[in-house]
Design a protein around this ligand. Structure first.
Ligand SMILES: [Zn+2]
Length: 98
């Protein structure tokens, strides 16, 4: 009876360990093989349009006085200048955030 009880337990542990290691190995294989290339490609693909957009956004943010609007430095929403409550270091903060 005692050995009967032990046998299936051992098998179960062995099986789970095997599958865990297998999964780990498969994960590592996938990670080292795919993620590297994907990350490089994604970074390259994202950089060009991302840089263009951030330049435009930066221009708007840095020069909020060109229009009646400003970008709140706390909630990053574009608000009308009438809602400007405070300006610190050239960054405006809206009445909701101050
Ligand atoms: Zn705000």
């Amino acid at each position: 009876m005692a050995t009967d009880y032990d046998a299936p337990r051992k098998n179960e542990e062995d099986a789970s360990e095997d599958s865990l290691e297998e999964l780990k190995n498969r994960r590592n294989d996938k990670a080292s093989g795919q993620v590297d290339e994907d990350e490089v490609e994604a970074a390259e693909a994202f950089e060009l349009p991302g840089a263009d957009l951030s330049h435009e956004e930066l221009t708007v943010r840095v020069l909020p006085k060109q229009s009646d609007e400003f970008t709140c430095g706390s909630c990053f929403l574009v608000k009308h200048s009438s809602q400007l409550a405070e300006t610190r270091d050239g960054i405006g903060y809206c009445v909701d955030c101050v």
